[in-house]
Design a protein around this ligand. Structure first.
Ligand code: ADP
Ligand code: MG
Length: 374
């Protein structure tokens, strides 16, 4: 079945960039020419690193002054919600170095604490995920009025850290959650808690508690949050009648996945110690199982998961490569996102960056990856 709305690759993968304001620390520590990024208009951004300058074009560029509501209205997420209701698998993920504004953009200002703020502040500073949930419920209410068949919403929330999956709704769930399935049938996390929810508040509570569980775990493990990926999956189901024959009823299942990715900064091999070394080793182990490429080359190119995900994304956005081998199997994250990134999935990437000269190298990397993903 060929999806109706999707006429081109451009419609399948959208890439937007959000530049956060400079922090006080960045103002203090960077002397003289502080900013290396300049948003020219709503589609382009100039990286000016002194020696060289380069212009990038994206589906949208949000500058330092953009509000949470503007990002929500114009990044393209509403289309993803609409398509998920219609049965598509859609994914919105935030990419960028630690501190670049991923959680701010996805969840809201101050992460999970946003849910505890007073109403006026909260309404203004909530991120894309709670705004999308709000929009989803609004759309389902409108649609339910027109159709006799109700919608069901099933939610799961997990975190991948160092190739281990943790349940963020039921944190006591065993640490050894495994990914099962295949590219053909789809991958899933075995025994991951899933719950049907009926109200927006139930869903927001899950989001809030999940964020708190994530923060708590990262505190215990000495801040691993920057190295973990959080996946919130919202499955939307509706029984649909294709004909008058009641036996021909089927369930339409769409999915909306939000991913707050691990920081994209490189883990420097020479500086890896302890836990970080374990991470690096795990990455290496998964790379060694790859057949088609020179292992050594891969090892040096893909030092982190993020680089690795970057490979998958650039392989997907290159039509000549899409029919060929895409290295999904190599990490839990890419396996779980295989459905979304390949086939008929629709993806929105939000690249988050700091304009400060202090972040120059990572910002350039982020823009390059974002550019390649288009
Ligand atoms: P990340 O999740 O990418 O590590 P955060 O979302 O935690 O980064 O952001 C780091 C800091 O910058 C936080 O204090 C956050 O509130 C602030 N920040 C990020 N983006 C913005 C923005 N667009 N406007 C104001 N503050 C922001
Ligand atoms: Mg974060």
């Amino acid at each position: 079945e060929v999806p109706r709305y999707i006429s081109s690759d451009k419609d399948r993968v959208r890439v937007v960039v959000r530049v956060r304001p400079m922090s006080e620390r960045e103002y203090d520590e960077s002397r003289k020419p502080q900013k290396v990024l300049h948003c020219v208009n709503e589609n382009s951004i100039i990286f000016d690193g002194g020696q060289h300058s380069r212009r990038f074009t994206f589906d949208s560029v949000f500058n330092e002054a953009s509000t949470q509501d503007e990002v929500f209205q114009y990044c393209g997420i509403k289309r993803l919600v609409d398509m998920a209701i219609e049965g598509y698998i859609t994914t919105c993920f935030a990419y960028g170095q630690t501190g670049s504004g991923k959680t701010h953009t996805m969840i809201g200002a101050h992460g999970a604490s946003i849910f505890r703020m007073d109403e006026q502040y909260r309404v203004e500073h909530l991120g894309i995920v709670p705004r999308s949930i709000n929009y989803l419920f609004q759309r389902l209410r409108d649609k339910t009025l027109q159709s006799s068949s109700p919608y069901y919403i099933r939610v799961s929330y997990c975190e991948i850290y160092n190739e281990q999956i943790r349940d963020l709704i039921r944190p006591a769930n065993p640490d050894t959650l495994q990914v099962r399935g295949s590219i053909e049938d789809g991958f899933y996390v075995e025994n991951l808690y899933q719950t049907y929810i009926e109200t927006i508040d139930e869903l927001l509570t899950i989001l809030e508690e999940g964020e708190l569980n994530r923060a708590m775990a990262s505190h215990k493990l000495n801040d691993t949050s920057s190295r973990s990926h959080a996946l919130l999956s919202i499955q939307i189901e509706q029984d649909v009648q294709e004909s008058d024959d009641p036996n021909e009823q089927m369930t339409r299942q769409g999915k909306l996945i939000f991913v707050d990715l691990a920081g994209s900064e490189k883990v420097k091999l020479s500086h890896s110690k302890g836990k970080q070394l374990v991470e690096t080793n795990n990455i290496n182990k998964s790379l060694l199982t790859l057949g088609n490429y020179s292992k050594l080359v891969l090892f040096f190119i893909h030092i982190t998961y993020m680089d690795f995900l970057g490979t998958c994304i650039s392989a997907l956005s290159d039509p000549s490569k899409r029919s060929g081998h895409i290295p999904y199997r190599e990490s839990k994250l890419t396996r779980l996102l295989a459905e979304s990134l390949g086939g008929h999935g629709i993806t929105l990437m939000i690249a988050c960056i700091s304009p400060s000269r202090l972040c120059e190298n990572e910002s350039m990397n982020t823009l390059r990856y974002a550019n390649r993903a288009k």
